[in-house]
Write a protein that binds this ligand. Sequence first.
Ligand SMILES: [Zn+2]
Length: 598
Amino acid sequence: MVHTYSDNWNLEVFFQAGSHSEAFKNHLDETVKNIDGFRKAVSSWNPENSPNGATELSNLINGFERAAKQLRQAGAFVSCLQAQNTKDKKATELKAKITELSANFQTVLLEFDIRLTKIDKVEWSKLMENPFLKELQYVLDERRERAAEKRPAEEEALITSLSTDGYHGWSQMYDLLVSSVKISFNENGEVKQLSVGQAANQFSNGDRKVRQETFLEWEKAWGAKADFFAKTLNHLAGFRLNTYKHRGWEDVLKEPLDMNRMNKETLDSMWSAISDQKQPFVQFLERKASLLGLNKLSWYDLDAPLGKSSTKMTYQEGAEFIIDHFSKFGPQMADFAQMAFEEGWIEAEDREGKAPGGFHTFFPESSQSRIFMTYSGTPSNVSTLAHELGHGFHTYAMRDLHLLNRNYAMNVAETASTFAEMIVSDAAVKKAKTKEEKIALLEDKIQRSVALLMNIHARFLFETRFYEERKSGVISVERLNQLMEDAQVEAYGGALENYHPLFWASKLHFFITGVPFYNFPYTFGYLFSLGIYAQALEAGDGYEEKYIELLKDTASMTVEELAQKHLNVNLTEKEFWEKAVKLCVNDVEEFLELTNDK
Ligand SMILES: [Zn+2]
């Protein structure tokens, strides 16, 4: 029996009456109490002379889990409220409250980690014999080691305190500067001043003159303020490098690699496999140029549309298409998707007043997900829906694990989502009714590969070189431009006629302080997922069980261990990465063949 699926979600099962919910207010009060209780337990804990160590530590961890679950439940609820109605002022207030609670909780965790370092090695291994603690050993070892590698507690507290103005302040300065950038835009003879976001939308305009003029104004606008951006970037990087120096960390990649639980060899092998296979993507860009009637593409042509897929699917059709193709991979993924559609886990209605974009969030106390997006029937909407369901399936696979074993890093966070999206977008290409349709869908897929294997590669090359040079002093605007252009020429295999030297200023990612080196985890995640997808295609039926076992382990070991255990591959070697890139190359080959006669 086929159900009719509603495109509205159900939040009432968590707390009734939205942002005015009494039950939610009580939940927040309860959360405050529990964080406070956890704080008291941590500060009265003396791990050096604790006769009943394992029990005490286990109790603390349970307190940690309880508070973390409540906090996430609250955070998920408020994100949903804010997304479904951007005018919900009460939700904004609640959000501020949760941000404050999270900061408090983080301070307690810092204290907790420092106390972990006070336990000596012998005592620690004894503690880890306890079955409950053993289950969490990877995460606990990690917390303990990370804390031990830093400066002593008082000094780290000083760094954190100074970073508000000396580090994060520069990131906020960037946001302020960007909001002052206006780009002149000529619309039917009338000159308008566009914001950065509005101007960026013009790069996918079908008219080359519009793209070109926008880009000239774009470079002019960023160039006019380049000194300010350069100063901001230099100081932000200087703070980071100095902190690393005081901690005795030589390699600027140490922190991002640790955060992503991966080693340097893996990263090098990944980029090296990508560098070896630039040629097909260069050919794609050349073909795109000739399809647009150009000799070579310019930076501002990269997002130019080639054609449009006209096929639309209703929400019901999209849902059935997804369930159908998931079921060809495995019953559990299909059942999960069906449950999400049937039980009001998805908000997809196309209406005003909703936030842009899409996301997945998880309510740990209820073991339920919610997915947010605006569905208007395009193939890319269907992909997005599959993508977010993939995230949902990832958390669903982990639902019985301890919360501490569910915190996966950024680089594996996109594993299940990319995987789900691949199943659906491959099926869509195969089912395309016309050649034009097929070309449009393929181009969409290839553009993603170009972004992850070329654009992000350029960002990585630039960022590593910039940080290396910054160690010996401040870098000028001219030098930043040069570093960026060189990185782009290399990453795009020389395929473009001209580049975007001021990209270091226009790209927010270089100025994010919450996460250093924000870029490479995306490329890792994409290829890691494709590598699993390649194995799944080879294995055929029955791969789902293996896949679920892999997902369950994504937050309790290094990525190298994860790949060795579940895929039987060595990530530090190029072979795995080559296979993954080959899947992207297959799309290009098909595209080249289909467009050969054009
Ligand atoms: Zn995602």
